[in-house]
Design a protein around this ligand. Structure first.
Ligand code: 4AD
Ligand code: MG
Length: 477
């Protein structure tokens, strides 16, 4: 007997004798036909059992969700819908699944219900397709960078700095919360903490990645990052994975080129390697679209959306140009922007970003040269004294998917900025050292991995593309 996966059997060209396979029952009909799945593909294999020779106690246990092992012969299928099937000679129920209690029945469940059952939702077709794509996409990320001479850099998770300066950090402390030690002035005395100072979960691995780029040349991080922002949106998580390349001697133009090339590579990779899952998700989305009013339906099918990004040049537009466009635009005849843009200096909301991509340019957009005062301290100041070499990559349906910049490499300019923002220079002594010893132009960006998985799978809520989403008031699992 040889063990096989469902994917292997579905691809087999010949009749196979003496096969063995383990998996979970998706459905069982007419006391004969089991649709079996083992996670190796979205497709099920049909197992045909002999009703007469299968004991009644066993038949009763073949229910949705049960783990089974079957032995038999792989033959050409007699029925419609599949090329091959297994004629079962022996079946063992490894783990039953009481149908009275099992929450995941073969019917449509609401997304809210599935989120409440995050430990079981992976057993649905939708979630298994999404999470397989997530896995392949992360492989493609590593492959792209390794193929292009980058080193994988592991940024620390616990850190003393706030890379983005937005104060959205989860603190890490070993102090007794109920009764923390206090200084004479009544503040929490972190000297007695494990690290002897206040520490946080990282919001970005960028600052540390810069230290490695200034020796290894090209590095990237790919790890979890944390933001204690109280945003209940379909694009924000408190814990998300970020991919952050950092490259010595790259200016902002080279950084834009890298972001575009990288995105096109990983999306092309999944188009080639996740065909069945993408096809399944595309059909699911088309069904969903049918229930929407015609005006709100998406014009493109899922895979066409991926091709839209792959085939178009990303339009590069300065922030100043974008503001002029937005000031004179209405998203459509009936609706105004929720936050109308009236002046230079305003931060863009996702409605503006999506308008530029979906309605105005009809291509992915890279906005650059943002006002200094809406961006982080480390970005390189332009000669105009008021904009910085920042870039955001904007996507259809998502808005900002990448944020990046050329970094301020001039010690004095950086010091001035740090002072201006009231950041303690001593906290960043190591970061300033990079500008003292062998400083050079360098750039990088951060791609929110879940936003990319969202785009690639067409899922409308970011909570449905990460196994156990952490959002305000939800960390049950
Ligand atoms: O624009 P952000 O804040 O940039 C940085 O953190 C830089 N240090 C990156 C760098 O230059 N190395 O975040 C980068 C990206 C965003 O464009 C977005 O895709 C994603 O991270 N992101 C989030 N994704 C999910 N939930 C959140 N709360 C996110 N915040 C940012
Ligand atoms: Mg950003």
């Amino acid at each position: 007997m040889q063990n096989y996966s469902v994917a292997e059997l579905l691809e087999a060209k010949n009749i196979l004798q003496e096969i063995q396979i383990k998996g979970w029952v998706k459905t069982f009909r007419s006391n004969r036909f089991i649709a079996l799945n083992d996670g190796s593909t979205i497709k099920n294999i049909q197992c045909v059992i002999d009703f007469d020779s299968t004991p009644e106690e066993v038949l009763k246990l073949i229910t949705t969700g049960a783990a089974i092992e079957v032995k038999g012969v792989l033959v050409e299928s007699q029925g419609k819908g599949q090329n091959v099937e297994i004629q079962v000679s022996e079946i063992v129920v490894l783990g039953a699944s009481n149908p009275e209690e099992y929450p995941i029945q073969p019917k449509k469940h609401s997304m809210e219900f599935l989120r409440e059952n995050a430990h079981l939702r992976i057993r649905t077709n939708t979630f298994s397709a999404v999470m397989r794509i997530r896995s392949v996409l992360s492989f493609a990320v590593h492959q792209y960078f390794i193929n292009n001479g980058f080193y994988y850099f592991h940024a620390p998770i616990i850190t003393g700095s706030d890379a983005e300066g937005a104060g959205e950090m989860f603190s890490v402390s070993t102090l007794n919360k109920k009764n923390p030690p206090l200084t004479e002035s009544g503040e929490i005395d972190f000297k007695e903490d494990f690290f002897g100072k206040e520490t946080n979960l990282t919001v970005s691995g960028q600052l540390e990645a810069e230290t490695y780029a200034m020796a290894l040349g090209k590095v990237y991080t790919f790890g979890p990052t944390f933001r204690a922002e109280n945003s209940n949106t379909s694009r924000h998580l408190a814990e998300f994975w970020m991919i952050e390349p950092e490259v010595a001697f790259n200016d902002l133009d080279a950084n834009m080129d890298l972001s575009e090339d990288f995105i096109k590579y990983i999306l092309t990779y999944i188009l080639e390697h996740c065909k069945d899952d993408l096809e399944f998700l595309e059909k699911r989305l088309l069904d969903e679209e049918k229930s929407k009013p015609a005006a709100e339906r998406s014009e493109l099918a899922l895979r066409d959306k991926l091709k839209f990004v792959i085939d178009n040049n990303f339009k590069r537009v300065s922030y100043t140009e974008a503001i002029e466009i937005l000031k004179n635009s209405k998203p459509n005849k009936k609706k105004k922007f929720k936050f109308p843009i009236n002046e230079w200096g305003a931060d863009l909301q996702s409605e503006h970003e999506r308008y530029l991509v979906e309605k105005h340019f009809k291509s992915p957009v890279i906005l650059f040269d943002y006002p200094a005062n809406i961006k982080a301290f480390y970005m390189r100041l332009n000669d105009d004294g008021k904009t910085v070499r920042a870039m955001d990559v904007l996507f259809p349906g998502i808005g900002e998917i990448i944020g990046g910049s050329q970094r301020e490499e001039r010690l004095e300019v950086l010091k001035e900025k740090i002072q201006e923002l009231g950041i303690d220079e001593k906290e960043l002594w190591w970061y300033l050292d990079l500008r003292k010893f062998g400083t050079a132009v360098h750039s990088g960006f951060g791609l929110g991995f879940e936003r990319m998985v969202q785009f690639a799978t067409g899922m409308s809520n970011i909570r449905d593309v990460i196994p156990f989403p952490r959002t305000p008031q939800s960390a049950e699992f």
